[in-house]
Design a protein around this ligand. Structure first.
Ligand code: PMV
Length: 364
């Protein structure tokens, strides 16, 4: 399967090159975390995530053939976010597409109008790069297929995952439903550092409807970007040990996810969350993304689990918000717990009731 075409395809004037493509693509939440990269957005360790359902980006790509025959070189794109032109995001997407231009010269022959909206509130503390870059990658691959009919569905998804990775590493996992990994692992057939791999066929029923209630402890913009955080791993004295630990965790959690072993799932998921933040705190310079309320909520979740025996656990992204993970069958009791005991520690008592989802879909 060619991930980057070697030959240059060029639009023939006969091709009807005007149209519209749209995708809705979800965010994902990592269980084993990717933290540390090398080369061209390649992961230092394999990772695995649940694909979410309700936290999504909807992206619409309109394209048309450029007028002048000579004007075929540069990317010509406008971008609107939530209905308003956004030059800063537009420039980032233009830079991304410009990188693809040498192997995809047809991109220079079209004019693009791109627009996107998120289903979750802006600056809710939810990273939108995974949902937006996966949606964009799916639009681009669908466009390529529409113009050249060169990929089947599996190949289109693999290439979309590859392109999403170039845009924002963890976005490559959002292409797939339910559960996806990214990064070479002896525990996963067909795993690669270049693109994500679906594990949906090896997921126990209990995890197929797993809930993720996202507790918005703070909606503040984080002061250290994940790009800077990954970079700091280059000099983190614990890096090598960490990468080994992640490989072992991945091998163990893949089995737990397959057989429905909630104890192992909880142990690894929480340890991964704590390790991610411990790595931030042990980078030089160190940084701290947890808030006091994050710690309070973590303690409450552990006591609730001990007292009720309900298998609820937490994970954290690169920020202070808490993802509360639990089987759907316990939804009612956990919702009460959130409502009465946890939401007071959330900004404006806000939380998002998300769950494992079926991945991206085409809007038209
Ligand atoms: O994909 P990035 O560069 O935004 O990094 C994501 C890092 C984490 O969300 C913390 C972990 C992960 O695997 O998603």
């Amino acid at each position: 399967m060619p991930l980057q075409r070697e030959e240059s395809l060029s639009l023939s004037s006969k091709i009807e090159a005007n149209g519209k493509i749209g995708f809705s693509s979800p965010s994902n939440i990592a269980l084993v975390k990717y933290w540390g990269k090398y080369g061209d957005q390649l992961p230092q360790n394999p990772s695995i995530s649940f694909t979410l359902d309700r936290s999504r980006t909807e992206m619409i790509l309109e394209y048309r053939l450029k007028g002048g025959l000579d004007n075929h070189k540069a990317i010509d794109l406008t971008f609107a976010f939530e209905g308003k032109e956004n030059k800063a995001f537009g420039d980032k997407i233009t830079a991304f597409l410009t990188r693809l231009l040498p192997s995809n010269p047809y991109l220079g022959q079209l004019t693009f109008n791109l627009s996107s909206t998120n289903t979750f509130p802006h600056s809710a503390g939810i990273a939108s790069s995974a949902s937006s870059m996966s949606a964009l990658a799916l639009c681009i691959c669908t466009l390529e297929n529409r113009l050249f009919q060169n990929m089947n569905e599996v190949e289109t998804m693999k290439k979309a995952s590859f392109l999403a990775r170039l845009g924002s590493g963890s976005a490559c996992r959002s292409i797939y439903p339910l559960i996806a990994s990214w990064g070479e692992s002896s525990a996963i057939a067909d795993s690669s550092n270049l693109y994500g791999t679906t594990l949906a066929n090896d997921l126990h029923p209990v995890f197929r409807t797993y809930k993720d209630s996202i507790l918005l402890v703070s909606k503040k913009e984080k002061d250290v970007s994940s790009r800077a955080g990954h970079k700091l791993m280059e000099n983190n004295p614990y890096a090598a040990v960490r990468y080994e630990q992640a490989k072992n965790h991945l091998a163990q959690i893949v089995i737990a996810l397959k057989i429905g072993d909630l104890d192992t799932f909880i142990r690894i998921t929480e340890l991964e969350a704590m390790t991610l933040h411990a790595l931030m705190m042990s980078s030089s310079p160190y940084f701290l993304l947890l808030e006091p309320n994050t710690i309070t909520v973590v303690r409450k979740i552990r006591s609730f689990r001990e007292n009720t025996k309900i298998p609820v656990c937490f994970t954290l992204d690169a920020g202070p918000n808490i993802h509360l993970l639990y089987p759907e069958t316990h939804q009612e009791k956990v919702h009460d717990f959130i409502h009465y005991e946890l939401s007071p520690y959330c900004e404006q008592n806000k939380w998002i009731d998300d769950q494992v989802g079926n991945g991206p879909f085409s809007l038209f």
